[in-house]
Design a binder for this molecule. Sequence first.
Ligand code: S3P
Length: 175
Amino acid sequence: MTRIILVGYMGSGKTTVGRQLAMALGVSFYDLDWYIEMRYRRSVAQIFRESGEDGFRQLEHNMLHEVAEFENVVLSCGGGTPCYFDNMQYMNSLSETVYLKASPEVLAAHLKMARVERPLIKNKNGEDLLEYIRESLTQREPFYMQAKHVLNVDLLDNYEKIAITIDLLRKELGM
Ligand code: S3P
């Protein structure tokens, strides 16, 4: 039985790597944000607006418990998932977990293009965005570092490199 959960900051490539890894291993791929959106028929941004961040974290926690028990899956979770409740401990108890680790500069470059649908950073740009990432990454990294595996993905910026990353990840996981 294969069950792998990818954790890491927004923009670290969890969805891209997760989808490719699932394909390479011949298992299903789930993205926790998409799963939440499908189950509640509301976008993550809408949930933040209507229920606040606390409301979102509660739904995220509940939905994690629903998907994390599926078998033969790769799951990418949200950037904040490991940092609330006992979510990280729970994921470690039933799965291989991998932290996709990237520097604040690389994350900022990825996120510049995709801020709009992410409520926590939608109004941040340039130095503000970088500063926010630096600060919140410092708070979040102790949670991410509890993952069973850590993979540096700073170089992950084209398809060839994604393929190399998947190979490295499979070696690390022995799969
Ligand atoms: C969040 C990350 C997002 C999403 C929500 C909150 C966070 O997921 O869950 O906007 O707290 O870092 P991605 O990491 O997939 O962008």
